[in-house]
Design a protein around this ligand. Structure first.
Ligand code: SAH
Ligand code: SF4
Length: 394
């Protein structure tokens, strides 16, 4: 890079090395926590117990101060406070939609921002979390795709989004209550469907989800976590093996010609290659079907012929088709399909034997619906020309 290269520090994707200082415990795996506690001087003989205690304080009770860890001696609490912090990203704002959807703007180190959306439903509450600031991909219907990748989130920043939402929902157990499951949860499900492509930040997403699934902490079942990918084929099997969560795929088109334009990663791994990887998804079964996400774009991918091609393409894969009415954003080059069209499409898919729910847009009034997320404060934008070129339209 020359001195005149027009790239600012902010756009570099590697986190800068932090100066010596307290280490944040949030986001460390159990093994990393063990190493950190040992390095701080915890005796080897005690370390297993200490890991369990600290873990429970942070992830089960939601405690942020070492002083509140009352089953540790005062001296040990002081040792921890000297070496460590328990730090979450900062919640900058919180908007509540008329339909109860909450959108949080969350600031992470470096001043970057990501959005997190909480969607309450009668029988569950789903948190949609982000894995990257911006996205390297440029799906032409997605608002996030117009924002350059700024950087990957750390594991702490990913699990931190869940912890912030639990703070807001006041869902940490009250001190002194039992450690067992108690009643229905406000935050019962996680979808990795916010900003970014989770499989391009695999290790951090995996570590964060392992923390969220750990039975002595947040304890969400792996079946209540769904990771959505645009189709990063080489990482799909790893997702089943190393995370074990459910899989959703942004399918969106039934010919390579159209998918190349909508989801440009298709030029690298086309529909046939993607479907092969999904057929071999290690955890595939009727109870753990793959969700095919399909955004309904007027006159682009919403014909009867598309619906028929879709069911033919996926035949043999235990699947459900989630139809997403396109959510508009300023400058978007598409329109939402008419309701009658969406219903007709859903009907064809349903009659072919697949569940075909239409995703009700939630939180549209606060720009919290699918594909509308983008941090307004980020100045780094892809140009229209760049998006068009990458989408193969230029
Ligand atoms: N990067 C991942 C996950 C984030 S996007 C992925 O692409 O799968 C979550 C879902 O919202 C994806 O299916 C995405 O294609 C869809 N989406 C993006 N923009 C949208 C929009 N404007 N309207 C409706 N759905 C959209
Ligand atoms: Fe990135 Fe997903 Fe948006 Fe595509 S749809 S640009 S992969 S966030």
């Amino acid at each position: 890079m020359t001195a005149t290269a027009p790239i600012t520090q902010d756009v570099l994707t590697l986190p800068r090395k932090r100066p010596e200082g307290p280490v944040n415990l949030v986001g460390l795996t159990r093994d990393q926590l063990r190493d950190a506690l040992l390095q701080a001087g915890t005796p080897e003989k005690q370390v297993k117990m200490r890991v369990n205690q600290v873990w429970q304080w942070i992830y089960h009770w939601g405690v942020r101060e070492f002083d509140a860890m009352t089953n540790l001696s005062k001296a040990y609490r002081a040792l921890l406070a000297e070496h460590f912090t328990i730090a979450l990203p900062e919640m900058v704002s919180r908007q509540v939609s008329a339909d109860g959807t909450r959108k949080y703007l969350v600031r992470i180190a470096g001043g970057h921002e990501v959005e997190v959306v909480y969607i309450p439903e009668a029988d569950r509450g789903t948190l949609c979390i982000s894995s990257q600031v911006g996205c390297t991909l440029t799906c032409s219907f997605c608002h996030t795709g117009t924002q350059k990748l700024v950087r990957n989130l750390t594991a702490g920043e990913i699990v931190g989004q869940i912890m912030l939402a639990r703070d807001d929902l006041e869902e940490w157990p009250a001190p002194g209550t039992g450690t067992g499951e108690s009643g229905p949860r406000l935050l019962s499900n996680i979808v990795l469907m916010g900003m970014g492509e989770p499989l391009y930040n695999f290790d951090n997403v995996r570590d964060a989800m392992k923390i969220a699934m750990d039975g002595e902490g947040i304890a969400l079942s792996r079946r209540r976590i769904t990771l959505s990918t645009s189709g990063v084929v080489p990482e799909i099997a790893r997702c089943a093996e190393e995370i074990g969560c459910l899989m959703a795929v942004s399918f969106h088109a039934t010919t390579d010609e159209v998918r190349d334009r909508l989801v440009p990663i298709n030029k690298r791994w086309n529909i046939a290659t993607l479907l092969d990887a999904l057929r071999e998804y290690p955890r595939l079964s009727n109870s753990e079907r793959i969700t095919f996400e399909y955004v309904m774009l007027k006159d682009v991918n919403d014909s009867d012929a598309d619906a028929r091609r879709l069911v033919k393409l996926i035949s043999g894969i235990p699947a459900k088709i989630n139809l997403i009415p396109f959510n508009e954003w300023p400058g978007a080059p598409y329109e939402r399909s008419d309701w009658a069209r969406i219903e007709r499409f859903a009907d064809i898919v349903y009659k072919a034997g697949y569940a075909s729910p239409i995703r009700t847009p939630r939180g549209e009034d606060i720009m919290a619906a699918c594909g509308q997320l983008k941090s307004a404060t980020e100045r780094a934008r892809k140009s229209r020309a760049q998006i068009a070129a990458e989408a193969g339209q230029g």
